[in-house]
Design a protein around this ligand. Structure first.
Ligand SMILES: [Zn+2]
Length: 161
């Protein structure tokens, strides 16, 4: 195969004139790329990476925020479920220890088990208190108005509603 090709091309190589010279140059470069060509490829790849990385991280951050806000929704729905299931008329029963005006900070599942009542945790699937996808903490405070007392849940990174 190769020898056939060379034989086929050799008539150009041996032929005199510009056509033969151009072909000789083309044949010399056949084995690979020049340094300039490689550098152009590297620069183009660099530009693509520089454009793609911020877009990718923005999409990831957005997805995390959405998951976190869904978690907050889930916690607030669990409060309603707790009130219905337990027949309690106060949200204070959600906390295990004495509630402080600054609220209760929950950073992990063990934190949730230490600070929140078992009845409230039972409102979550598998008793698992939802975790922020970015590993941030949820602060749960009692929101009061003249008519009722409700819980407000805020993530330290993603905020709340
Ligand atoms: Zn969060």
């Amino acid at each position: 195969m190769v020898s056939q090709k060379v034989a086929k091309h050799s008539r150009f190589i041996h032929s005199s004139g510009t056509k033969g010279k151009i072909y000789m140059r083309k044949l010399k470069n056949k084995g690979g790329f020049t340094l300039v060509e490689l550098m152009v490829v590297v620069v183009i790849l660099g530009i693509l990476v520089a454009v793609a990385v911020p877009i990718f991280s923005a999409v990831t951050a957005n997805a995390r925020k959405k998951t976190c806000l869904n978690n907050i929704d889930m916690i607030e729905r669990a409060v309603t479920q707790y009130l219905v299931d337990s027949g309690a008329d106060s949200v204070e029963g959600i906390f295990k220890s004495t509630y402080t005006p600054g609220g209760v900070t929950v950073a992990s599942q063990s934190d949730a088990e230490a600070k929140l009542s078992e009845e409230f945790l039972a409102c979550f699937e598998g008793n698992n208190f939802p975790a922020c996808p970015q590993g941030e903490t949820y602060t749960i405070t009692i929101k009061e108005n003249s008519e009722n007392r409700a819980l407000k849940v805020v993530c330290s990174e993603h905020g709340g509603k």
